[in-house]
Design a protein around this ligand. Structure first.
Ligand code: SF4
Length: 259
């Protein structure tokens, strides 16, 4: 059996979908598997010398790695997705995605490190972009539960990682509402991109479009009176007829349409 798996780089290290979701780029890794071929692993392309070849499978695997390593284009995620897709084809449809995740996690030699995590001289690790860190990081490990701020029960960090009793929950709630707002805007940005792009676009053109869009959206937001903006964030999940959310999204649509 011969399998070709093609997985794209993504924008998931940019914007409010940080590390959770992103737009697929036309820069793709390709991995070729031949179950009848000489067992072994080989690579060509970006960082080929750094990619593992020691774990010899029972088939031939050759990869064309085009996504640069550790440059924020999702090379680790692409590798994981590639492995899962190969497993799905080889192991058959009866193997459920959860089982495949466990296979991948077991085989992964080291936990995923955020590219912004830096090691200080004293050995401690810190966020290298803490003041500008994404909202998904600012709100972790909290989430909305029935409209209230609640601590997730599936966190990976030890119980003493946060001083829960000392948390400023009202401030945290505002940050989470801002995150919800950004997710809504981002979903609209994604829908506009998908609606207008009909053929492959160079990465540079895509990033230029993204920066232009968010530059114009940010200029629109900065023109809002501070009390209007604060009210928009504070009542973002408000579903009453007086909610400021629809008016804000009308501005977003107008900004996007003017581009
Ligand atoms: S807090 Fe900073 S280092 Fe940690 S995941 Fe977020 S961006 Fe990365």
């Amino acid at each position: 059996m011969r399998i070709t798996v093609r997985v794209p780089a993504t924008s998931a290290n940019l914007g409010p979908g940080f590390d959770c979701f992103g737009l697929a780029l036309d820069l793709c890794n390709e991995v070729f598997v031949d179950t009848e071929g000489e067992p072994g692993v080989s690579w060509e392309g970006e960082g080929a010398d750094e990619l593992p070849t020691a774990s010899v499978p029972v088939f031939s695997l050759h990869g064309a790695n085009r996504i640069p390593l550790a440059r924020g284009l999702g090379s680790s995620a692409a590798a994981a997705v590639t492995g899962v897709q190969i497993a799905r084809v080889l192991l058959g449809p009866d193997v459920q995605p959860a089982s495949l995740s466990l296979i991948r996690a077991t085989d992964e030699p080291a936990p995923h490190r955020c590219v912004f995590l830096v090691t200080l001289d004293d050995g401690f690790e810190r966020c290298g972009i803490h003041p500008q860190r994404p909202y998904v990081c600012r709100t972790y490990p909290a989430r909305f539960r029935h409209g209230s701020v609640a601590i997730r029960d599936d966190v990976l960090c030890p119980p003493d990682a946060w001083n829960i009793s000392g948390l400023d929950l009202p401030a945290w709630r505002l940050t989470m509402l801002r995150q919800e707002l950004e997710w809504t805007v981002y979903a609209y940005v994604v829908s506009r991109w998908n609606a207008t792009v009909t053929e492959p676009v160079a990465d540079a053109a895509y990033f230029a479009w993204l920066l232009d869009v968010y530059g114009r959206l940010e200029a629109m937001r900065a023109e809002l009176e501070p009390d209007v903006w604060d009210e928009t964030v504070r009542r973002w999940l408000d579903v009453s007829g007086s909610s400021p959310a629809p008016a804000f999204m009308e501005r977003v649509v107008a900004v996007m349409s003017a581009g």
